[in-house]
Design a protein around this ligand. Structure first.
Ligand code: GTP
Ligand code: SPV
Ligand code: MN
Length: 587
């Protein structure tokens, strides 16, 4: 499919190492994809779901030890350790190449290697970048087809250019002891072995669009962020765009697709989804910040997704979707997960593959990190700007985390520099999206802790630099939100989901200079949030918008220790802001 010498040379080398029986180029044609689906069903790799109720939908189950990203086995292999920084695992490139070559050698004997040319971003957009993923997994091919733009059009766009990201994935025997997700930023190379879980193997996603792209973005003057992008339309038909960074499984997909509360819907407010996980941001010729979603689909968390919480996401999964590690209703071959409804199937195959009575079963029927891979075009509220090669102009950047205490419902940073500090100072409770303990508070700057492909201190510096390149009047305003405050009984204090629109409206009013705020040590707090039709106690709202100085001062001590690890790579501005925060809290 190509005469590109850089591609051919690399492919020959990878084929010689992995020794597949066959090499198949993915051209993106429906006929080829359909044949692959049939093959995956025939081998048991995928299960065909009810084609009347869920046309084009399939089911896949991963190994029990392979259900989430593995941060302890994810490496950034820069020439020196300091370039990767303390937030990443590091190994010298030569050493890692040698280790990985040993694992890859002969790994595809008896198997087929698929060659997937793909574009992150609309093909030909000035924001977009091309990758080629080699994999021995049909599941990966079919997911990449949903999550990215694949096939011949991408090779045509690449032409004889050698500028593409070289991605190799071998499933092997999914041995967790030999599982590695490895990045060589200087070589634009990603090598993954012994996994078949999304974030470890769909190499266009976290590996390329965040880790490699963040590295490229720093060198080229743009940004790759773990952010949703949404457009909020007011009754006058004007649309303003917001980009929001929350850690994994902390509400990006939900916010990106939210349905406004009834009284706002009646007035004519609407939300349009541009992206639910990743944003690439560039400063446009007019000095504003523009964003594209480099992806073409949603790899969303299934549990908790329902008609009520996220109608639009649920609709997006009704056709041409791949479900991973959810439960199957054996009576009609449909899918189920915790939080879908209150009616688990009696005749059920749970995510590990046992047939159980779902009504009496004690464990989780779907894995907490079970996911759907759905085409973005299926989403009822997909933005008309989704394919816009120039992206959408961003008015507000929102950071957020899962904090039972500490962080108020919303506050605004005083300016860009303070906003960068607010992002850098983020912390959140861990979730099932990554292997390891759940519910532990950890520092997760800009929701990028697992995804920055270089030294986090340099990443903060890059954020500060980007701010300096924008006219302060035109730069997005920066905010922080927390939907997850708990009361003393452990209940969520804020209703969340669609009602988060109330907070977004305050945010956009602030951007337009229309809403009032009070100064606090941490930034501007709302005087009020519109609670029309909402059954919420005035005292609860007051509590949600309050700052407990004692708790915040404890957090400052933790932040000091956290930031100290970056040594002289940490920009002075971050220390200055931390000091200012402490002074204001003590005043
Ligand atoms: P990744 O795809 O892992 O990056 O995650 P995400 O940020 O897109 O997370 P997602 O929107 O899928 O939300 C994950 C979990 O958060 C689900 O269990 C949701 O039900 C829950 N959630 C989302 N929004 C809210 C909210 O406003 N309030 C509460 N209480 N829970 C929420
Ligand atoms: C996340 O964990 O943040 C995800 C899912 O969006 S994965 O693609 O596995 O990284
Ligand atoms: Mn994510």
């Amino acid at each position: 499919m190509t005469n590109n010498t850089a591609v051919k040379t690399w492919l020959d080398e990878m084929v010689a190492m992995c020794q597949p029986d066959e090499v198949v180029w993915i051209d993106g044609s429906e006929a080829q994809l359909e044949a692959l689906r049939a093959e995956a069903v025939s081998t048991g790799e995928m299960i065909k779901l009810n084609q009347e109720k869920l046309p084009g939908c399939y089911y896949h189950r991963t190994a029990e030890n392979d259900v989430a990203r593995v941060e302890d086995r994810t490496y950034i292999c820069t020439p020196t350790e300091i370039e990767a920084g303390p937030n990443n695992n590091w190994m010298a490139p030569d050493e890692m190449y040698a280790k990985m070559k040993a694992l890859y050698t002969g790994s595809m004997k008896g198997r087929t290697m698929y060659v997937i040319p793909y574009s992150m971003g609309p093909v030909g957009s000035p924001f977009s970048k091309i990758g080629i993923e080699l994999t021995d997994s049909i599941y990966v091919v079919l997911n990449m087809n949903i999550m990215t733009r694949i096939g011949k059009a991408v090779m045509d766009q690449l032409g004889d250019n050698g500028d593409f990201v070289k991605c190799l994935h071998a499933k092997k025997d999914v041995n967790p002891d030999d599982r590695y997700i490895v990045h060589f930023p200087q070589d634009s190379t990603i090598w993954s072995v012994n996994s078949a879980y999304g974030g470890n193997v769909l190499l266009g996603k976290k590996c390329f669009a965040l880790r490699i792209a963040s590295y490229l973005g720093r060198n080229e003057g743009w940004m790759a962020e773990h952010m949703l992008i949404l457009g909020l339309e007011n009754p006058q038909g004007e649309v303003k765009y917001i980009a929001a960074a929350f850690p994994s499984a902390c509400g990006k997909t939900n916010l990106a697709m939210l349905i406004p509360p009834e009284y706002l819907k009646k007035k004519g407010y609407k939300v349009w989804t541009v992206g639910d996980d990743i944003a690439w941001l560039r400063i446009g010729p007019d000095g504003r910040l523009y964003a594209i979603n480099p992806e073409a689909g949603f790899f969303g968390v299934a549990p908790g997704t329902s008609e009520k919480t996220n109608y639009n996401a649920l609709q997006a999964t009704k056709k041409n979707t791949i479900f991973t590690n959810v439960a199957i209703n054996n009576d009609d071959m449909t899918v189920w997960w915790e939080g879908l409804d209150k009616n688990p199937p009696e005749n059920c195959t749970e995510w590990k593959g046992s047939v159980v009575n779902g009504k009496t079963y004690e464990g989780k029927l779907a894995h907490p990190n079970s996911r759907f891979t759905a085409p973005a075009v299926n989403c009822p509220c997909i933005s008309p700007e989704f394919e816009n090669p120039q992206g959408v102009p961003i008015d507000a950047i929102v950071f957020g985390g899962r904090r039972a205490k500490t962080a108020p419902l919303v506050y605004q940073a005083r300016n860009w520099q303070h906003g960068v500090f607010v992002g850098a100072n983020m912390a959140s409770e861990t979730t099932a999206a990554a292997a390891g303990a759940v519910g532990v508070v950890r520092r997760d700057p800009m929701a990028m802790k697992p995804f920055v492909g270089y030294n986090m201190g340099d990443y903060f510096a890059h954020w500060l630099e980007m701010g300096k390149k924008m006219d302060p009047e035109k730069a997005p305003k920066i905010f922080h939100v927390n939907w997850f405050r708990l009361d003393d009984e452990g209940n969520f204090m804020w209703p969340g989901f669609g009602d988060n629109m109330r907070v977004l409206l305050w945010i956009l009013d602030r951007c337009a200079g229309k809403a009032d705020a009070v100064e606090s040590p941490i930034g501007y707090l709302p005087v009020d949030i519109d609670t029309t039709d909402l059954d919420i106690d005035k005292d609860v709202l007051k509590e949600l918008l309050s700052v407990d100085k004692k708790v915040w001062l404890e957090d400052v001590e933790d932040a000091k220790k956290y930031f100290a690890q970056y040594g002289d790579r940490l920009p002075k501005e971050i220390w200055d802001e931390l000091e200012t925060l402490e002074t204001k809290l003590k005043a």
